[in-house]
Every structure is written in C-alpha cells, then in structure tokens.
Design a protein around this ligand. Sequence first.
Ligand SMILES: [Zn+2]
Length: 59
Amino acid sequence: MVTDCTYCGSDIYEHEPVFIAEFESGARVQDKQFCNYACLAAYIEEEGLTEGSLCKIDL
Ligand SMILES: [Zn+2]
C-alpha cells in the first residue's frame, strides 16, 4: 500500500494522515492520501479541485 503523500511525497505515517476515497463503479476506492489537512488543502488549491463544484450554495 502506498504511504507517500499525494501532495509532497513524504511518508504520511510520520504525520497525521488523511485519506481520500472516491466512488467508482459502485465501490469506494481509496484514491489519495496526505500527511495532514494542510497537504490536502494545498493539493486542492493547486489542482483547482473546488472551482465551480460546490454542491450547495447558501446565499
Ligand atoms: Zn504531505
């Protein structure tokens, strides 16, 4: 099993790991892992993963 941070490549178990799972073909698939929320947030920011994809907007 991969233990390298998707964002920075460090060993996630030396930090406080966070895991991301995606839903594919009816199953939950672990896709990415990060040292902590900071690496996750940086990754999301760099990849632009949140742009225009908010499922609910409260005005
Ligand atoms: Zn990291």
